[in-house]
Structures are given as C-alpha cells and as structure tokens.
Design a protein around this ligand. Sequence first.
Ligand code: SF4
Length: 370
Amino acid sequence: MAGTPEPRTIGALLDDCEGGHRLTEAEGALLLRARGREVHAIAGAADRARHERAGDAVTYVRNQNINVTNVCINRCGFCGFSRRAEDPDAFRLAIPDVVLKARQAAERRATEICTVSGLSPEFDGDTYCAIIRACREGAPDVHIHASNPMEVAYGAGRSGRTTEEQLGLMREAGLGSLCGTAAEILVDEVRDRICPGKCSSAEWVRIITEAHGLGIPTTATIMYGSGESVDDRARHLAVLRGIQDETGGFTEFVPLSFVYPRTPLYLAGRAPPGATGVEDLLMIAVARLFLDNVDHIQASWVKLGLKMTALSLLAGADDLGGTVFEERISAEAGGTGTDYLAPEEMARLAADLGRPLRQRTTLYGPVDPR
Ligand code: SF4
C-alpha cells in the first residue's frame, strides 16, 4: 500500500546498526523476539560490536562477596536468600566479622569486595557506612563495591536523610562503586508483581543518577526470565541507555538470568522456570547492540553456568564477572556451582574461544601483578 513503510527485516536492521544506526526501543524488542537463524545473525553482529568496542580480551575481576545478613523485611518473589530474624538459618555478621572477612579477601588477593545484604530491621544508614569502614579496615587497598539503590533508599529512610546524603556518607566511608542491582525490570507493573516492597523504577533511576553525579560509578543490571514481556526488557534497556547518555556512570551491563528453583514466585506457579537458552543469548547480544554507550557486557557465569557463559562470550559479552569467593544469593535460590571460579578455569574457557584472558580492576583498569 502506498505510503506504508515495508516492515524491516532483521538482516537490514543489523546492517543499519553496524553502519551506526541507533536501535529504537521497538527495534530492540524486535531483535529480542528473534528465533531460528536470525539468532545467529544477531549474535554475529553483537560479536563484531564487542570486538570494536571492547577488544578481544576476556576480562574478569578477582572478588569476594560479603553478605552481612540474610535477614530482610522484604519477600521479593524471585529471592531465595532472605530470611526472617527468627528463622533457624538467619545470620548476621558482627562488624568485627566483616573486618575478618575483608582481611581474608585481601589475603586471597581479591581486588574487589562486594557487599549486598538483606534489609535488616536492625540496619540504618549508619550501619551501611560502618560495613564499608569495616571492609576498609580489613582490606585498605581493596575496592569496595557495595550496596545497591534499594539499600541506599532503605538506609536513608531509616536515618531520616536524603538518598544523596546517604550516598555522600557512604563515599566518605570508602565506597568505591555502587552495585546496580535491585533494578530487576524497570517497569513498575512488573515490579509490583515480582518485588512489591522494592523502590520504584523512578526511585532506582534517581538514586543511580545521584550516585553518578557524586562521582560514584555503578554497574547496570537486569533480572530477566521471571515472566516479564520482551517489551518490558526493551523498555528496561532504553531506560539504562538514557541514564548513560546523561551521566556516563555505568561501568558495565550485567544481565542476571532468573535462578528459579527455590524462589517463592516459581514455587507458587507464578513464574516460568527461568529464561531459555535463546533468551539468555539474545539478552547479551541485543544489549551489546542496543547499549551503544556501555563498553562492557558481562556474562555472569554464576547465573548462566560455564557453557552458556562461553556462548555468551561469542555473542557480544566481553567480561566474565568475578571469581566470586563465597557466593550465596544464587545458591540459596537453587543455583549450583556458584561459589568461586578459578582463573585457571577461566583461562581454559577463554582459550577455547581463541581469546586471551585478562584480570581487570572493578573499573576495568589493568591489575598490577603481585
Ligand atoms: S532481593 Fe533483596 S530486598 Fe528482596 S527479599 Fe531478597 S534480600 Fe530482601
């Protein structure tokens, strides 16, 4: 019909994208819906974009998690980690224990300590600062990658501060960067279903933007595969790209595939058993093409398993994430083999792809051999 544009084929869209066209949200959704051989074409284009933007090295960070408590006032439907204070397996580390754990991380030559915990009714804004100071005390030279916008909002609210004030105090305590988790899906209808107790999309965006404004870099994440639509995923990517255009404060994008077996949502029959392999691959590949302003796309071996991680590194990802000493969050949700991946195993995986393995800092700088 005259005047009606032909629907674009995925091949034509990928050609345009490689020529510098910026994908629209609707085009992102179109790519996320691809099936069959089109998946190969998208993965191939994403792999070429990865080569151009991030080079060929497969990077990783030597890091250790410190989960200070699993006691949480929330019950997010996708979370198998949180406990009530009276549960027999509830735990809370005292501050001296955090110092000891941080010291252990330094002894393991970790360059990053990552702390994320439940929203304990005993915590306030000062607790988050005390945890960061304890990490500093135990590991003065190690980068502290701590908390997320939900924890910032919680701490600020408990101490009667603005989130910007809370972030400023955490930075003074030694925070190096903020985790971009708690993003889940940045569409409020989805959040109302999977995590009604969490901060809203707008609040997450505001706190991340405040962090970037204060010079605190963050990661960007998505937690996908718990029943949201492809359009929701594309919306989420568009929100992240908009923030990055404004601030440039995202170090990397980390897609987190829903680990389902022991989560309330799945056990209640209100979520599918996670994303499929094709969805995992497309999440990585489309993110690489869509987020033209984010240099690094991480394949999280904790969520994907090693074989899917290898394929993701052929479909746009350049980073493996961390060695992750002491992973608990995915393990409690029913994930297996989530605690510690040795650099030797990473080297085998990278060699299999014909690419070098390189250790990085949290902010993607080189690591001094020690
Ligand atoms: S995801 Fe975080 S806030 Fe939600 S229940 Fe789990 S620990 Fe609590």
